[in-house]
Design a protein around this ligand. Structure first.
Ligand code: ADP
Ligand code: MG
Length: 251
C-alpha cells in the first residue's frame, strides 16, 4: 500500500495551551480513516495542520514522500512556497459550514480554483464540473448562488468543489454537523459512494454508525492525544475506559 500522508510527532499550542500533544498518524491510498472524539480534543486543529491552514510547532508533515514540513531540533521548518503549492494540490478539505464563496455561482465555485490556481484548460474543467454536479444530483443548480440552496445542497457543492481539484486525499471536518438530520443522510450517502470508488478520505465525524460503516480505521482523540486507533469493530468493543465513556454517549 502506498502511503499518502504521514504526520510524525506533531505538536501544536495556542498561547501555551498544548492542543496537539505528539500526534503521529499515517494514511494509505484507498483508506477511509475516521477521527472521533469529544469537542475540544483537537480534531479540527489536527486537520488544519494536515491541510496547512495552521502551522505546527514541531513535527513532520509528509505527503507522498514530499516534505511539507519537517522537524528540525523540535521546531517545524516548512518547505518553500512553491513546494507547498504543489503539495497543496494533493488534498482537499470540506468544512462543517460549507465555506462556499457567496458571490460566486455554483459552477464558478467549482471551476474557479482548477482554472486559476491549477491553470487547467477551461473547457475541460467545465466539462468535469458538470459531471461532478450530475454525480452530486445538482445538474440543474449550476447557475444558482449558494444562498439559493439548502444546506445539504451547499455541502454537496463544496464536495464537488474539492473533487474538482482531483485531490489524492479528501479531508472532512464534521461535514454534517451544520445540517438537519434529514439532510445529513444525503451527505453521508455521497461520502459512502466516494468510499466505494476508493477515494482516500479522513473524516472527522460524530456520526458513529456512519463511521463504523464507512471506515477502514478509526482514531479516537481526547485532550490532544490519540487514545486509540483500530478497526471500527475493535473500537466499538474497546475496553479502554475513555473510549467506552465517549462511545457510551451515542447509545
Ligand atoms: P475539536 O475540533 O476536537 O472540537 P479543536 O481543534 O477545534 O477541537 O480545538 C482544540 C482546542 O484548541 C480547544 O481548546 C480550542 O479552544 C483550542 N483552539 C483551537 N483553535 C484555536 C485558536 N485559533 N486559538 C486559540 N485556541 C484555539
Ligand atoms: Mg472541530
Amino acid at each position: 500500500m502506498k502511503k499518502l500522508l504521514e504526520m510524525n510527532h506533531v505538536k501544536k499550542s495556542f498561547d501555551g495551551n498544548e492542543v496537539l500533544k505528539d500526534i503521529s498518524l499515517s494514511v494509505e491510498e484507498g483508506e477511509v480513516v475516521s477521527i472521533i472524539g469529544p469537542s475540544g480534543s483537537g480534531k479540527s486543529t489536527l486537520l488544519r495542520c494536515a491541510t496547512l491552514l495552521e502551522t505546527m510547532n514541531s513535527g513532520d508533515l509528509i505527503y507522498l514522500g514530499e516534505k511539507a514540513a519537517e522537524d528540525v531540533d523540535g521546531k517545524t521548518i516548512y518547505a518553500k512556497t512553491n513546494d507547498l503549492k504543489k503539495i497543496q494540490q494533493y488534498f482537499g478539505l470540506v468544512f462543517q459550514n460549507f465555506n462556499l464563496f457567496p458571490h460566486y455561482s455554483v459552477i464558478k465555485n467549482i471551476t474557479d480554483a482548477p482554472i486559476h490556481v491549477q491553470k487547467r484548460n477551461k473547457e475541460e474543467v467545465y466539462d468535469e464540473a458538470i459531471k461532478l454536479l450530475d454525480k452530486m444530483g445538482l445538474t440543474d443548480r449550476a447557475d444558482y448562488y449558494p444562498c439559493q440552496l439548502s444546506g445539504g445542497q451547499q455541502q454537496r457543492v463544496s464536495i464537488a468543489r474539492a473533487l474538482a481539484m482531483n485531490p489524492k486525499i479528501l479531508f472532512f471536518d464534521e461535514p454534517t454537523s451544520a445540517l438537519d438530520p434529514e439532510l445529513t443522510g444525503e451527505i453521508l450517502k455521497v461520502i459512502k459512494e466516494l468510499a466505494k470508488e476508493k477515494m482516500t478520505m479522513v473524516i472527522v465525524t460524530h456520526e458513529m454508525n456512519f463511521a463504523k460503516d464507512v471506515s477502514n480505521r478509526m482514531i479516537f482523540m481526547d485532550q490532544g492525544v490519540i487514545v486509540e486507533e483500530t478497526t471500527p469493530k475493535q473500537m466499538f468493543q474497546s475496553t479502554n475506559q475513555r473510549t467506552k465513556e465517549f462511545l457510551g454517549q451515542y447509545h
